[in-house]
Design a protein around this ligand. Sequence first.
Ligand code: BES
Ligand code: MN
Ligand code: MN
Length: 462
Amino acid sequence: MTDHLSAVLDRIDADLDRSLERLFEFIRIPSISTDPAYKDECRRAAEWLATELRELGFDASARLTGGHPMVVGHHGQGAEGPHALFYGHYDVQPVDPIELWNTPPFEPTLVAAPNGDTWIVARGASDDKGALMTFIEACRAWKAVSGDLPIRVSILLEGEEESGSPSLQPFLEANQKELSADVALVCDTDMWDNDTPAVTTMLRGLVGEEIEITCADRDLHSGMFGSAARNPIHLLTDILASLRDADGRITLPGFYDGVQELPAEVKDQWNRLPFDEAGFLGGVGLRIPAGEKGRSVLEQVWARPTCEVNGIVGGYTGEGFKTVIPSKASAKVSFRLVSGQDPMKVREAFRAHVKARIPADCTVTFKEHGGSPALSLPLDGPWLKPTLQALTDEWGREAALAGTGGSIPIVGDFKRLLNMDALMVGFARFDNRVHSPNEKYDLSSFHHGIRSWARILAAFAR
Ligand code: BES
Ligand code: MN
Ligand code: MN
């Protein structure tokens, strides 16, 4: 089987244009999971994937859940040898602010990049449609060349990752046996830098909370009622501001319980990494680090917990001006967690902190948006070494072990519910503008990503 590898890699090169056409077709389906208006599109994306997988010889279907469907496929069931479960998500983030896109978000466009690469620009090009298609296209090439896959493969593609995965846990529980494999493969992370591939072994956890504060029972004239009637925007912003102190530390009682300082050798190693702090902020038009005092940027985004306000709404936000004291104000707040922190405790501490600051004649409601602990994956086991080797062979640079500031809650669920470790391999570049206007995926990420998976599958078969 492994003798086929060079023919498979050639096939990938020869078929790249077709691979790209298939990716474009997939991207054109606007599968925004968080917005109910796109429910049918999410279903269409799931059906599209199930059809693709069936064409590749997978026993695959889109399965209904309480939310968006799960796509599940199996190939080589009953065969001997290793069995991998590949996970990706077909849902994407909303596109707003739409006016900042240079091209329509769901019309994938090829753009010449300054470094000579080509960018695929579209919502989902990187997160996670382009990425998950690297694995599917690698399977396609294996099938075309050898008529089979090197190992047993199952695939799970979710449609609610960007909105907290409400259906995931029940689905994993109900299909525990069917979805268990020797290892999970996740393609939803970054490379180390533009030229260096990476396996991500540390993920931060996440607690999402939405709060709505109500003061008066109607909007008021701010001249008639101003200062006498409580303004919910003032209340909300005071509360939000009170979450961090002047040194960037989070003030919630118990927030840092269980958080360990980085071991000195890790800190040293990170300080020696060729990480360009000025370029990191410079790349997004900033200069002055805003985070916790006395900690490097890498430490801040990989190893420290944070609190960020992600959205805030209240009062008159339309054109022009309106002198109003609104009845309500609301905000979406997220906490990134590191090892040792308990998502439930953080949520409770946050709610207690807010409630303690709401006057007796006002009210607050909370809505939960997901909660998952941070995770460190083991560095031993049979899968990591062949993966690093396969990546090193493909990219001609030694593959790195990396952390990431983002969260992929399912990785913890795989361990907890299916007792399965995950291997996170991704080809996204740091400047991909994921969740942002003009999201892009480099053509080289796509192309070498497909080739990387083809090699990893072969390496697992050995
Ligand atoms: N692919 C990202 C996670 C990610 C981002 C990994 C950057 C590595 C680098 C994933 O789709 C994502 O956006 N996750 C959300 C969590 C979710 C519960 C909304 C996140 O991290 O905000
Ligand atoms: Mn993603
Ligand atoms: Mn995402």
